[in-house]
Design a protein around this ligand. Structure first.
Ligand code: SD4
Length: 330
């Protein structure tokens, strides 16, 4: 008879005659049961910044077919990278001041492996290149021409990212060349996505064309591990959208994961993340930031600077566009 079965059949009410080592074994068995019970509670879930319904549906499709969280977030955000109507991510993204579309993306897995590309031109799916950086190179970040060259070596095709629509708007913008950040452009923006799979493992992805009409060479928070995205499989994950400069200054996503590690709920951690930023920007109202987070139990939360930011959640309970409270109200 296996030790485990033997222990199950023994009467624990006769504890008085059970020796210390056997009691120790019982404790192990109880812990294992508790761990199994906890594992059973973990349910797949995916959340993403803004109301990106198609992207989260794609990620959910991967998760519900027993796919990994890593595959889910990659496949999910690729939907937005490919959508030419979305002028803030991937193909069709707004260009920089010189008319060049430069993309930023990063990805992080359950083992704290991560990959990132910055300021990369001519490649439609920066998130997949970021994953290749993570899996095929000894590095974490590749930037600019180096990232593009690596992408070609990995078999990615050269793609024109500047759509006619984005080109026309850029020509218009050039007449005044006024650089100002616009709060809640089109009510969506950078896509950051976090998923938990059936094993309870967490992964995240973040991808963007950055701020429209940015200076050439500008990189925001989205491809910076810890700023635009952070995942710790023991704790949870967080990701950001909005004015990346402010997220970088507080290493926002890392901060939120660390706050969850200390016991804060995803909601409270996101609120603290925004409040830290606002403390360094007292009275400033000209920028938006939104954070979302998920913890290991699949609880989620979000918070932002100005009203308007939402996040989409997809789980076995269905999907929902969740509105988020804000630092300023109107
Ligand atoms: C960036 N966080 O490049 C990104 C883009 C964004 O509102 O979300 N803009 O700063």
């Amino acid at each position: 008879m296996k030790r485990r079965n033997f222990l199950k059949k023994s009467s624990l009410s006769t504890a008085g005659i059970i020796s210390a080592p056997v009691l120790a074994s019982c404790k192990t068995e109880t812990s294992t049961n508790t761990a199994n019970a906890m594992a059973a509670v973990i349910k797949p879930i995916v959340i993403c910044t803004w109301n990106f319904q198609n992207a989260s549906a794609k990620a959910w499709e991967v998760l519900s077919a027993n796919g990994s969280a890593l595959d889910a977030v990659e496949e999910g955000v690729k939907v937005e990278e490919a959508d030419t109507n979305n002028q803030t991510v991937g193909v069709g993204g707004r260009p920089d001041r010189e008319g060049r579309v430069t993309l930023d993306a990063c990805i992080m897995d359950k083992d704290a492996n991560c990959g990132s590309v910055m300021c990369m031109e001519n490649i439609a799916h920066p998130i997949s290149v970021a994953r290749k950086v993570m899996e095929e190179t000894p590095h974490v970040i590749l930037a600019g021409k180096g990232a593009e060259l690596f992408a070609y070596q990995q078999g990615f095709e050269k793609t024109n990212l500047l759509t006619e629509q984005s080109r026309k708007e850029w020509e218009e913008w050039k007449k005044e060349s006024k650089y100002e950040t616009i709060i809640n452009i089109e009510n969506h923006d950078t896509i950051g996505m976090l998923a938990i799979d059936a094993n309870g493992d967490i992964a995240g992805a973040c991808t963007t064309s950055g701020m429209g009409y940015k200076m050439a060479g500008r990189v925001g928070d989205s491809p910076i591990i810890g700023a635009g995205l952070y995942v710790d499989n023991e704790v949870g994950g967080a990701t950001a959208t909005g004015v990346g400069e402010e997220v970088v200054r507080t290493v926002g996503s890392f901060l939120i994961v660390e706050l969850m590690r200390q016991g804060k709920s995803p909601q409270d951690a996101c609120e603290e993340g925004v409040k830290r930023i606002m403390k360094k920007n007292e009275g400033r109202k000209d920028f938006q930031i939104g954070f979302i987070a998920v913890n290991k139990n699949g609880e989620t939360g979000g918070y932002c600077v100005h009203p308007g930011f939402t996040y989409r959640e997809f789980s076995e309970n269905g999907h929902e566009n969740k509105s988020v409270e804000s630092f300023y109200n109107g």
